[in-house]
Design a protein around this ligand. Structure first.
Ligand SMILES: *Cc1c(COP(=O)(O)O)cnc(C)c1O
Length: 413
């Protein structure tokens, strides 16, 4: 099969607007509620809390801001340990450092690519609140930051049980998984304080924004208070606490209000894309990012994993500890085999976007020195080496996707 370069770029995930967004934005302008108060904010918060099924939802300027306030609600302070998913976007871990707490990264398992309960258990046993032989104190972890990677729910029951056993607060980073369910219940409702994101490429977007979700109405009010500079109820400006400028604007909320009408439709289209890949790769050395039977992902990004036997030599050691500044990777093409970097470069030639799996946090120079706990064979590193995020844009046509599938298969010839 001969390929020609796509005129229109095939995106990983681009914002998809429907028109309703503009109507709500216009309403904000027409009524002059263009600041951080207004009906779009009220309705977006109400709409999301009804959709996911939680009592409190606070609209914020970013998902990262929501994670930060979640940590503050969990009373994470300087020197505290927070156990955090290792394979994720850095925005999961960054807020831990805002509070001068210490992230400890937990490896993934193979069934969902998310935090491994076995590794989590091991970390709680290691961080036992005692001084160890190395003379260091291993504080009992204060919180667990659990990511649902690419929209696939993690093993929540096991993880929640471990958190309860050790008295740690569970925080879900559901930035990528809005609309996904675990045993019929939405992600973002299992933790005590949770975050979703409306960043530009997420399942729905407000151009940029996020939300804190919690069942504790008082906590939600507290987050809303912090997000608007912790202004006390006096006629003059009076402050008892440090505040943040994290509130979402009513204009931006209008975009979200319009998008929310199309969330289910986005999920359905994402699922079609995932299933088409799955079918397309049936007889090839490629499998799709897995999920458990009792979960329904939102299929935000479709990711592939190359069978071990079909991997050609790929050397990413140039990128990492030895040479943190390097961006080049090298691979050695081989008949019948391929690797993520070869596929990514091949697709790029034809104007198709793909993206490596999130590089594990414990491999990031910025988190060098942070501890990392794995149950055995380092699953996250393996997925990083063999996995690739495929174009999952809902404006991609089935015909275009078929060509992408053929392009990937071509790399194994
Ligand atoms: C997008 C994302 C975030 C951050 O959300 P923003 O709204 O961009 O701040 C956090 N965690 C994960 C896993 C994400 O993918």
């Amino acid at each position: 099969m001969e390929f020609t370069r796509f005129d229109k770029r095939i995106w990983l995930a681009s914002p998809t607007m429907h028109g309703d967004e503009q109507l709500y934005v216009k309403e904000a302008f027409d009524t002059n509620w263009v600041s951080t108060v207004g009906e779009n904010l009220n309705q977006l918060e109400k709409g999301i809390s009804e959709y996911v099924g939680c009592k409190g939802a606070v609209a914020l300027s970013a998902g990262t801001a929501a994670l930060h306030l979640a940590l503050k609600l969990a009373e994470v302070k300087e020197g505290d340990v927070v156990l955090c998913s290792d394979v994720t976007f850095s925005a999961t871990a960054n807020p831990i450092t805002y509070e001068k707490a210490t992230p400890v990264f937990i490896d993934s398992e193979r069934d969902t690519w998310n935090m491994d309960p076995e590794a989590l258990q091991k970390a709680f046993e290691k961080y036992d609140g005692k001084v160890h032989e190395d003379g260091m104190l291993y504080p009992v972890p204060k919180a667990v930051m659990l990511v649902h990677l690419y929209g696939v729910p993690a093993k929540i029951d096991q993880i929640k049980a471990i958190c309860e056993r050790y008295g740690a607060v569970l925080i879900e980073d559901a930035a990528e998984s809005l609309g996904a369910t675990y045993k019929g219940v939405q992600t973002g409702t299992y933790g005590k304080y949770n975050a979703i994101s409306f960043n530009g490429n997420k399942i729905i977007t407000t151009s940029g924004g996020g939300m804190l979700l919690t069942d504790e109405v008082e906590a939600a009010n507290k987050a809303r208070f912090w997000s608007t500079q912790s202004r006390e109820g006096y006629p003059w400006y009076h402050h008892l606490e440090v505040g943040y400028n994290y509130r979402m604007s009513n204009i931006i909320a209008g975009v979200g209000r319009g998008q929310l009408l199309h969330l289910d439709e986005h999920i359905a289209k994402k699922k079609d894309i995932y299933m088409r890949y799955k079918e397309g790769f049936k007889d090839s050395p490629v499998s799709m990012n897995p999920y458990m039977n009792d979960t329904e992902p939102n299929f935000w990004l479709s990711c592939m994993l190359i069978d071990e036997e079909a991997m050609c030599k790929q050397d990413r050691s140039l990128v990492g500890d030895e040479n943190p500044m390097a961006t080049e990777t090298t691979y050695v093409s081989e008949a019948g085999k391929s690797c993520p970097d070869e596929i990514r470069e091949f697709l790029a030639k034809y104007n198709v976007e793909s993206r490596p799996i999130w590089k594990p946090m414990h491999m990031q120079p910025v988190f060098a020195g942070c501890d990392y706990v794995s149950a055995g064979d380092e699953v996250g590193m393996d997925i990083f080496q063999r996995g690739l995020c495929l174009p999952s844009d809902i404006t991609m046509t089935p015909e275009e996707q078929d060509v992408v599938i053929e392009m990937v298969k071509k790399c194994f010839e």
